[in-house]
Design a protein around this ligand. Structure first.
Ligand SMILES: O=C(O)CCC(=O)C(=O)O
Length: 277
């Protein structure tokens, strides 16, 4: 049931690739050193609250946390890491920007808000489409998922359900919905991913990611992460960002110096802002 995400090249027609496959995998797009610099800074912050063992570079979860004790304002702790110059250099840097200019054939802007994730062993991201989480601006919006360091197949890599950007019935389930307006909505798809893929003759597409790789997809691509089953007990680090043409309206929740994000909680709305475990 598992297939490989196919890499694209910058010389490809990126819009065509996105329309056809539902995703664009660009290998080593970002300078790997810039990604690793961001990684080490995040790991060091997690080590400083006891969540990562020494040396921090190995990214091994300690199983304990002093985060809430040392930083009672958890949202502002996560905001500080999310706004670090090293992280922004990696995820909002010139390489992704120029790929996005090529994709949209226009000047582009990223959301100021970024979704930094530190996924401990045993955790996973549930299956969903991004549309109901961020649809108050333009429809010409893409996600760019950036692994912050190597992500092996057993370390919670992202997967995209093959062909799901063309599943009209699943799209109709969430089109126009807004998770912040309708609190009865979870936004996640409760379906079993394997059953869903089998029913439609599709596969769950993933790969081993390396520093510098990026995975771009649209608002109606069904995706999730596999469980973090790291034998070494490593935390998976990644950051998802959103890009659009600069001339189009932006979802106000995710723009500005301190974006309100979901429910006005800012960076505190992210599950990664909570102590782990
Ligand atoms: O990194 C993850 O586990 C989930 C990422 C995601 O859902 C996204 O990029 O939209």
């Amino acid at each position: 049931m598992i297939g490989a995400l196919e890499p694209a090249r910058l010389s490809d027609d990126l819009q065509y690739t996105l329309d056809r496959r539902g995703y664009i995998l660009l290998r080593k797009l970002i300078d790997p050193d810039a990604v690793m610099a961001a990684r080490y800074e995040i790991l060091e912050a997690l080590r400083s609250v006891g969540e990562i063992t020494e040396p921090a570079a190995t990214a091994v979860a300690s199983g304990i946390s002093r985060r809430a004790e040392l930083h009672p304002d958890l949202g502002s702790f996560w905001r500080g890491i999310s706004e670090s110059a090293a992280l922004r250099r990696a995820v909002h840097g010139p390489e992704i920007r120029s790929a996005m200019v090529q994709l949209f054939n226009a000047e582009v802007s990223p959301f100021d808000f970024v979704w930094l994730r530190a996924m401990a062993p045993g955790r996973a991201s549930p299956m969903h489409m991004d549309h109901p989480y961020m649809n108050r601006g333009t429809d010409r919006l893409v996600t760019c998922w950036v692994p912050l360091g190597p992500v092996a197949p057993d370390e919670a890599p992202l997967y995209v359900m093959e062909g799901s950007h063309k599943f009209g019935d699943l799209r109709a389930r969430v089109a126009g919905l807004d998770v912040d307006r309708d609190k009865s909505l979870s936004g996640h798809f409760a379906d079993d991913p394997i059953d869903l893929a089998r029913d439609r003759g599709m596969r769950l597409l993933t790969t081993a990611f390396n520093p510098g790789d990026v995975l771009i997809f649209g608002m109606f691509a069904l995706h999730a992460s596999f469980d973090n089953m790291s034998q070494a007990g490593r935390v998976r680090l990644s950051c998802d960002t959103r890009w659009q043409p600069s001339s189009e309206p932006m979802d106000e929740r995710f723009r500005g110096p301190n974006p309100p994000a979901h429910d006005g909680k800012g960076y505190g709305c992210l599950s990664a802002a909570q102590p782990s475990p």
